[in-house]
Design a binder for this molecule. Structure first.
Ligand SMILES: *Cc1c(COP(=O)(O)O)cnc(C)c1O
Length: 241
């Protein structure tokens, strides 16, 4: 009982602290704090941690693997939170992703987009909101669409029946000096602005999913509307196997 209360208090304190940093940073750069969504990244953490996060008012939870997220979402309930898929999506997991997630941040090819669109029809899902993940560093090992592929992919998504293009996501390379990620965040915003001017997000402003524990304040300064934060909320993770 005492341990549980301590965990609850510790988590509440960390959420309060992170949210205060977000709001302070937003105020400093003259942005409205309520246009910045905090996505609590719960990968590697047990379902009890997710339950606690929801109990203190967390609405948005992020997981990076379909197979890890599925039992958690089934146990807590599809409607218990807004579920975000933030990791790479393999073709053979796409059907489960269509059933489980509110927003998929990692669409990175025309092929995957077409598959998701077809699965929405088969699974009777009218609308599936998605982001395009852009690989701005052009790193061979990383997932994400290249800048040069972005236009074609965005057009394919907007021509689809069930996918709703909501914005862009990026996962820049890690730098010890977080300032070095700033050009990547700036570039993602520029790409978002171009697609927005083309009307590809409808009347809404395109979302920018960027910024993690190490660099979220820089991301806010560069226009992030969705922050994906794990470590600052839940502590260090064990390595994923
Ligand atoms: C793990 C993860 C995060 C969160 O990282 P932290 O540094 O723990 O905040 C954000 N985005 C993606 C895609 C991740 O896999």
């Amino acid at each position: 009982m005492a341990a549980r209360t301590n965990e609850l208090t510790a988590l509440r304190n960390r959420f309060t602290e992170v949210r205060a940093r977000i709001d302070d940073c937003a105020a400093t750069c003259h942005r409205a704090p309520d246009e910045i969504t905090l996505i609590a990244v719960t990968k590697t953490h047990p379902v009890e941690t997710l339950r606690t996060a929801i109990s203190i008012g967390t609405r948005d939870l992020g997981e990076n693997r379909v197979q890890e997220a599925e039992p958690k979402i089934i146990e807590l309930g599809r409607d218990a939170a807004n579920w975000h898929l933030i990791g790479h999506l393999q073709a053979n997991k796409a059907r489960r992703a269509v059933k489980l997630f509110d927003l998929i941040h990692s669409v990175d090819s025309v092929e995957l987009a077409q598959r998701l669109d077809r699965l929405c029809m088969e699974e009777d899902r009218a609308q599936l909101p998605i982001l395009i993940q852009v690989d701005l560093a052009g790193e061979e090992t990383k997932t994400g669409a290249r800048e040069s592929e972005l236009d074609e992919l965005a057009q394919a998504i907007s021509a689809s029946r069930h996918l709703q293009l909501r914005g862009l996501m990026t996962l820049p390379p890690f730098f010890t000096d977080a300032e070095l990620v700033r050009p990547y965040f700036k570039r993602l915003r520029e790409l978002r602005d171009v697609l927005q001017d083309q009307g590809l997000f409808g009347v809404a402003r395109g979302e920018l999913s960027m910024g993690m524990t190490h660099d979220f304040e820089i991301a806010i300064e560069e226009g992030a509307t969705m922050l994906r934060i794990g470590t600052a909320l839940f502590g260090e993770r064990e390595a994923q196997t």
